[in-house]
Design a protein around this ligand. Structure first.
Ligand code: PEP
Length: 266
């Protein structure tokens, strides 16, 4: 059976709501976003509410929606004695199709190591969830000119066991830790340089098709900086934190990946 595979490098914009929005607040935010994005046909759009808001989001969206649901992490096991954890099949039950793995906040506060990310990414695709695997250097690492080495080891270790026949499902997010929630944003060149490096690493790991894996930028993306970032050749979309909690800002960021129309040049 043919799966609903994304076009290679079709733009993707994902909102990471983090620990924001109760279930009742979720309904109104989802409605507000849907109203604005109804006619967007040029990008895949994902929102990742907290676990407890997923049922409300799923119900509000209905069956055929322009917005796809994502989760902010998952456990690699199908079920078991893992208090507080959520598994892939539990997420699927609420229409979830994407899952963020290895977000720097999870790496920092919840010991989500490269090894765990690797196991979770394999589990995710086995449950038909698309992993968004996050990598990124800290400020100390950037200042010590270790960015390239850090990214290489994170990509290498986080994708160590990833099945090559599932790379259509894989998304990478480059999120410099120093730019997340800080208002500091990588310059378009800084971001694109790292994306370019990641693309080369993906080709090395998976062969020529690795070049088609989508790479999102994340780190204080706002309507004011989105166009410059999204116009970079190796940036395929955005993973947006704070600005995704406001329907208007999220929509403006989504617009920044819209391909130019003939009328834009009139
Ligand atoms: C994120 O949480 O992935 C993120 C990029 O956050 P922010 O956009 O708020 O920096």
């Amino acid at each position: 059976m043919k799966k609903d595979l994304p076009n290679p490098r079709r733009p993707l914009v994902a909102g990471n709501w983090k620990m924001h929005r109760t279930a009742s607040d979720t309904r109104s935010l989802i409605q507000d976003i849907v109203k604005r994005v109804e006619r967007v046909s040029y990008a895949d759009l994902v929102v990742c509410p907290p676990f407890t808001s997923l049922p409300a989001a799923h119900e509000t969206l209905g069956r055929h929606s322009i917005l796809t649901l994502g989760a902010q992490t998952m456990h690699q096991a199908k079920e078991g004695a893992f208090t507080g954890e959520i598994s892939g099949p539990m997420l699927r039950e609420f229409g979830v199709r994407y899952v963020i793995l290895g977000h720097s906040e999870r790496r920092q506060y919840d010991n989500e190591t490269n090894e765990k990310v690797a196991a979770k990414a394999v589990a995710a695709v086995s449950y038909h969830l698309r992993p968004i695997v996050c990598v990124g250097e800290t400020l100390t690492q950037r200042e010590a000119t270790e960015t390239e080495a850090v990214i290489e080891s994170q990509i290498h270790a986080s994708l160590a066991a990833f099945p090559p026949d599932q790379i259509d499902e894989l998304v990478i997010a480059y999120e410099p830790v120093w730019a997340i929630g800080t208002g500091k944003v990588a310059t378009p060149k800084q971001a694109n340089d790292v994306h370019h490096q990641i693309r080369k690493l993906l080709v090395k790991r998976f062969g020529p098709k690795g070049a088609d894996i989508r790479i999102l930028y994340g780190g204080s993306v706002k309507p004011e900086n989105a166009v410059d970032l999204m116009s970079q050749p190796d940036i395929d979309g955005a993973l947006v934190g704070g600005a995704s909690l406001d329907a208007r800002s999220f929509f403006d960021i989504i617009e920044s990946v819209r391909p130019p129309r003939a009328s834009d040049h009139d």
